[in-house]
Design a protein around this ligand. Structure first.
Ligand SMILES: [Zn+2]
Length: 125
């Protein structure tokens, strides 16, 4: 299986003259002062950011390889990490690991590793 990294375009050096360098922080980068505000690449990094381990949800017969992990850091917030490799015709962002965020009035928002976490910064442990 070919290993594809969606981080590669982010870290690639851009040589075009006149084009600003891509220097946005990658997932997991420290943004200064020990704070982080990007969705991480792995469930383990989220454990570290929240300071509590996520709850592993076993794959079902129709969801092999989903690898779902759930965090509920407070009663209004639910964070899900998963991937849907079994949806063969789905776009990459669905088949690769991604995050969902449930907050009151905003259910099941979807984010990719490296995107900003809305309204949040986490102090690194
Ligand atoms: Zn999903």
């Amino acid at each position: 299986m070919k290993s594809v990294s969606y981080r590669s375009s982010r870290t690639k050096k851009v040589s075009n003259k006149g084009t600003p360098k891509l220097n946005a922080p990658a997932a997991g980068d420290n943004i200064g002062n020990g704070l982080r505000n990007k969705w991480p690449n792995t469930a383990k990094e989220m454990d570290d950011m929240l300071g509590v381990p996520g709850r592993n949800v076993p794959d079902g017969p129709k969801t092999p390889g989903r690898g779902k992990v759930v965090w509920e850091p407070n009663k209004n917030t639910k964070i899900i990490y998963e991937q849907h490799l079994y949806h063969r015709n789905a776009p990459d962002f669905h088949k690769k690991p991604h995050w969902h965020l449930d907050t009151p009035g905003n259910s099941h928002q979807r984010y990719l590793p490296g995107e900003n976490i809305p309204g949040q910064t986490f102090r690194l442990k």
